[in-house]
Write a protein that binds this ligand. Structure first.
Ligand code: HSE
Length: 404
């Protein structure tokens, strides 16, 4: 028997219990042992819940119980999740988590602690919810040199942008509706400003490099400035707008960014709509692979946590491989990154724009007050200098290159 404790009986924590209960026969077979939920830690009581008797309020009970093998940390946030996870690993108990914030900020340290104490710190659910992406990077793509990861890693923003695209609605209106339906948080900042996607691409980038990519060094831009007019232009260009999180290992350095991008119909990420997530990975031998599915939600996320529990049960007393060393990757400033831009300026700036950018492709959707165009490939630094000189910029959106 493998005894499991669940920390936090909220959406994901209760999902973990439900997944283990619903699929217990198959899961136990695959784990090679019976998984037993021994404790559920929460501040609250749950009268009438079938697992009511397992609920405890004191973490020390779990930590000091030598029978507990695996801990599912589904609390989120840094405090007290970091302390609880670290102490569990020091005691030789494996930890499986959905906590992207904690993994992005303390991943290498917790992985090392697990290795030193012959247990595991696993985090499949921290990126892309139920989509298997951590395990493919750790196990399946080990023969590859991965040079590019491009992901739609946030369901809330993908839902909002999909609605704006399909219905021509304004950002604020769709956000409000998403909040009413419970798809978006009451405080949506982490999602709409791109911070959530930034943590997730930091984790994927670290696994891509085997070294630590600090999320603080990733250029991050959200979707709050995207308007229905931007989507009118996007349609005219046969494109859509998606919040992309990407990292690229190039000869010029390691670039990482979260920002809205114009993406053409031909790109596989174009069709990833609503709350769905996808991760597009390019390896130097294999070429492209894509991982698609539900990036959030109770059961998809819990399913990924439980898959980690199964991995821990199969490897009790052993550490499964995870290449994420403590050494920091030098993330290049985006000024030297190159690409094309879609730009909207006040119509009076047409001549200045043509002079500054030279060959440009005009895009016309009949908005008389504006001049809109697509630039050639240029660096972010060049682009910023030119656009500042011209003035009157209404918006600018990067264009995803066909190679990304
Ligand atoms: N807020 C996140 C999202 C939840 O919308 O994708 C999953 O991490």
């Amino acid at each position: 028997m493998v005894n499991v404790a669940v920390l936090g009986y909220g959406t994901v924590g209760s999902g973990v219990v439900e997944v283990i209960e619903t699929n217990k026969e198959a899961i136990n077979k695959r784990a090679g042992a019976e998984l037993n939920i021994k404790y559920i830690l929460d501040l609250r009581d749950f009268p009438g819940d079938p697992y009511e008797a397992k609920v405890v309020h004191d973490y020390e009970m779990i930590l000091n119980d030598p029978e507990v093998d695996v801990i599912c940390e589904t609390m989120g946030g840094i405090k007290p999740a970091y302390d609880f996870s670290r102490r569990a690993l020091l005691a030789g108990k494996s930890v499986c988590t959905s906590n992207k914030e904690l993994v992005a900020s303390h991943g290498p340290e917790l992985i090392r602690t697990a290795r030193e104490h012959h247990c595991n710190y696993l985090f499949e659910a921290s990126v892309g919810g139920g989509i298997p992406i951590i395990r493919p990077l750790n196990y399946s793509l080990t023969a590859e040199k991965i040079d590019t990861i491009t992901g739609i890693l946030n369901g809330t923003t993908n839902y909002i942008l999909t609605k704006m695209d399909k219905e021509g609605a304004a950002f604020e209106d769709v956000l409000k509706e998403a909040q009413e339906k419970g798809y978006a948080e009451r405080n949506p900042e982490a999602d709409v400003e791109g911070y959530d996607a930034c943590r997730k691409i930091a984790i994927l980038s670290s696994l891509m490099c085997g070294k630590n990519v600090k999320y603080e060094e990733i250029y991050t831009e959200g979707i709050t400035k995207i308007s229905p007019e931007d989507f009118r232009y996007a349609k005219q260009m046969n494109k859509s707008i998606k919040l992309l999180a990407m990292s690229r290992d190039t000869e010029k350095g390691f670039f990482a960014m979260v920002a809205p991008f114009l993406i053409s119909r031909e790109h596989p990420l174009y069709s990833v709509s609503d709350v769905f997530n996808a991760v597009y990975v390019h390896g130097n031998m294999l070429g492209d692979t894509m991982y698609y599915g539900r990036g959030a939600g109770k059961l998809p996320t819990a399913s990924a946590v439980v898959s980690d529990v199964v991995d821990c049960a199969r490897h009790l007393g052993k550490t499964v491989m995870c290449f994420w060393e403590n050494e920091d990757v030098k993330v290049a400033g985006i000024e030297e990154d190159q690409g094309k831009f879609f730009v909207r300026v006040e119509s009076g700036r047409r001549e200045a724009a043509m002079e500054a950018f030279g060959a440009l492709a005009e895009i016309n959707v009949g908005i008389a007050e504006e001049f809109a165009f697509m630039t050639q490939v240029l660096t972010e630094r060049d682009f910023n200098e030119k656009i500042e000189k011209i003035g009157g910029c209404i918006n600018r959106i990067r264009i995803l290159s066909a190679q990304a």
